[in-house]
Design a protein. Structure first.
Length: 164
């Protein structure tokens, strides 16, 4: 099974449609009608991504996004809405949304957006792990690279480092 994704939408038809689209794409999906219940679930066990409606009665999509940003690691959040405005999209992106979709959208569009968001999260995680490993192995001012010129620089540095 693929990455775990929470789908939050108070409209059953839309929630079920998005969940089914993502299941067919190979993801493990947990649908929620209640944004508060979804956030509680996220606090207990992590998810790779959250697809959330913007306008909901309990906690709106931006509230869900803010709650997700407090988690470690935070899931990728895709905000969807039937009431899309440039201001809403800008605010969602400023708060850290991975993407913003305006309803109606094609199922394939949702698949692409979720896959891209997960790919970006994986790349960010990989970069952080690489940096940490490089600093542990070589120190914070490490030279990275294995080409012949870089090996020559290292040899030269080792020679110079031994002198006053």
């Amino acid at each position: 099974m693929g990455a775990r994704i929470l789908v939050i939408d108070d409209q059953a038809l839309m929630r079920d449609s998005m969940a089914e689209t993502l299941r067919r794409a190979g993801f493990e999906v947990e649908p929620f009608a209640s944004s508060r219940q979804a956030v509680e679930r996220l606090r207990k066990s992590e998810a790779a991504a959250v697809v959330t409606d913007l306008r909901m009665p309990e906690l709106d999509g931006l509230g869900v996004l803010k709650a997700c940003q407090e988690l470690a690691p935070p899931p990728a959040v895709i905000v969807v809405t039937a009431h899309g405005t440039v201001a809403n999209a800008v605010e969602a992106m400023k708060l850290g949304a991975a993407d913003y979709l305006t309803k109606p959208f094609e199922p394939a569009e949702l698949e692409v957006v979720v896959a891209r968001a997960l790919s970006e999260v994986a790349l960010k995680t990989e970069r952080q792990a690489f940096r940490a490993a490089s600093e542990d192995r070589l120190g914070p001012a490490a030279l990275v690279g294995e080409s012949a010129p870089m090996r020559a620089v290292r040899v030269q540095l080792e020679k110079v480092a031994q002198s006053d």
